[in-house]
Design a protein around this ligand. Structure first.
Ligand SMILES: [Zn+2]
Length: 287
């Protein structure tokens, strides 16, 4: 069931769970996410970053569409961190049902302006729009990048921003960073700030940089009212750890259908753990 983000997260917001958004960097990860979604009866977001789209090619979106249309599970194909109006338009033309325009590095006024422009183009064709206010940090280990200093989202501005732009979802900065935290770097999540934002912003809230955070903090953020959590690095790290092991243990192997199944299984373990953590398992029946 392919749908847009507004339809998907309306149910999540009402029922206090967060839909996981997994970055689909390859065909094998797509397979892992779709298999887990069906097995766990968990709605999912197939997130593709512009760098991933450039690598995979536009035709890959056709595979995502085919999977989503065939699945009996609600799915959204979402552009992660769209960097310009042109990039967003390309994604919409490919068939994405949701796009993020990331103007978080711009001035407040310019962020509003570019976001409004995207909303104006996307909404008439039922494509949802996510924007970001404040900055997500970077660990220096992921393709999504991020800011070297986190600017926490201001609740009053968040309310004003959501109302002025007409966005469907808002990514908030409460202390997470993209990628895997290096040893000694501990994220400081401000869950009280999240409560303040939740109290004044009407649209569903999104947490970026969901990998390698404390499980209790992620579960708590869902209880407070996060409706979508982005996970990229944790799944890819488990998947490629297994790829390295399989290749090391079987030096002569070269058949993809022999090498990848255990790696897909390793990715699925993480995927399904996150689905449980976000209280999203067995929620398909609510759609
Ligand atoms: Zn992100």
């Amino acid at each position: 069931m392919l749908m847009n983000m507004k339809e998907l997260l309306k149910v999540a917001q009402k029922n206090q769970f967060a839909v996981p958004a997994f970055n689909i960097g390859s065909g094998q990860i797509l397979k892992a996410v779709v298999q887990s979604a069906e097995a766990m009866q968990c709605p999912v977001i197939l997130a593709i970053h512009p760098d991933e789209l450039s690598f995979l090619g536009d035709s890959f979106v056709e595979s995502c569409k085919a999977e989503a249309n065939a699945a009996k599970v609600p799915m959204v194909i979402h552009l992660d961190h769209g960097g310009s109006f042109e990039q967003v338009m390309r994604a919409i033309q490919c068939g994405f049902t949701s796009v993020m325009i990331d103007g978080s590095h711009l001035s407040y006024e310019d962020n509003i302006e570019i976001t409004k422009k995207v909303v104006g183009a996307a909404h008439p064709i039922h494509v949802s729009v996510e924007a970001e206010l404040g900055t997500i940090g970077t660990t220096g280990t992921s393709a999504e990048g991020g800011a070297s200093e986190i600017i926490y989202t201001d609740p009053k501005l968040a309310k004003d921003f959501a109302e002025k732009t007409g966005i469907d979802t808002l990514a908030v900065a409460i202390g997470t960073a993209h990628g895997i935290y290096p040893k000694g770097m501990k994220p400081k999540l401000k869950l009280d700030l999240l409560k303040e934002i939740r109290d004044v912003v009407a649209v569903p809230l999104v947490l970026h940089g969901g990998s390698s955070n404390a499980d209790e903090e992620m579960a708590e953020s869902v209880k407070i009212g996060i409706s979508k959590i982005n996970i990229s690095s944790d799944v890819k790290a488990a998947y490629y750890k297994k790829v390295r092991e399989v290749l090391k243990d079987n030096e002569g192997w070269y058949e993809p259908n022999a090498i990848y199944p255990p790696c897909i299984a390793a990715a699925r373990e993480v995927i399904e753990f996150k689905m449980n953590l976000f209280n999203a398992v067995d929620k398909v029946k609510l759609y």
